[in-house]
Design a protein around this ligand. Structure first.
Ligand SMILES: [Fe+2]
Length: 204
């Protein structure tokens, strides 16, 4: 038996997400209430099972403990990425300003060049497209994740998160993924991304 854990609670849903142009209420509620809250519940379930899981038979081919540990990072990364995604939605789109815009122009040449790369990353990804500030190379980069915990680059701090799992758009857009990404960009809250970026830079 190991020490206890803190129970994870879901963040509240920003009501502005229910009236976003290009998104139905049902699409957002299925995503938030079912998918996101499901990951929160799984984190708690896994952590509870880990308290008393048998560690003596841990094995890298298969073991109960391995199953829990693999599920643990998948579920917690699922929670974190969804919270970042919901948090950076509900805005009015447009373009970032200030420090973040200057950094995008410095690293990509222009906002349009960044946007083209970010959209392509989203189209090519099976899970997530994320704009991160990679501290090791002092650079903004668009990274592709095929699952919550597959494609994560450690030490890279998140600025903007786009969910491209089919569950994020299939109710509203079917297979029209590019139209969903366009709708996402029209509802980005750049204030949130700018605050994240400033926070990262202050840590350097
Ligand atoms: Fe999702």
């Amino acid at each position: 038996m190991i020490k206890g854990y803190n129970i994870l609670h879901p963040i509240p849903l920003n009501p502005r997400l229910l009236i976003m142009p290009g998104f139905t209420e049902r699409q957002i509620l299925e995503h938030y209430e079912v998918l996101y809250k499901g990951y929160v519940n799984k984190v708690n379930e896994i952590r509870n099972l880990l308290l008393s899981a048998d560690r003596k038979d841990a094995n890298a081919t298969y073991s109960y403990f391995r199953g829990l540990k693999k599920g643990e990072t998948y579920a917690i990364d699922g929670v974190i990425l969804h919270e970042l995604y919901f948090e950076n939605l509900g805005g009015t789109g447009g373009m970032p300003r200030g420090e973040l815009m200057r950094q995008i122009e410095w690293d990509f040449g222009s906002y349009d060049a960044w946007l083209e790369d970010f959209k392509a990353t989203g189209m090519a990804a099976r899970g997530w497209a994320i704009l991160v500030y990679d501290i090791r190379c002092d650079k903004l980069v668009n990274y592709l994740l095929d699952a919550h915990n597959y494609g994560v680059v450690h030490g890279a701090e998140v600025v903007l998160v786009l969910d491209v799992y089919e569950h994020a758009y299939f109710i509203d857009y079917g297979t029209r993924k590019a139209d969903y990404i366009r709708a996402f960009m029209n509802n980005v809250d750049w204030n949130v991304a700018e605050i994240r970026f400033k926070r990262i830079k202050n840590l350097l």
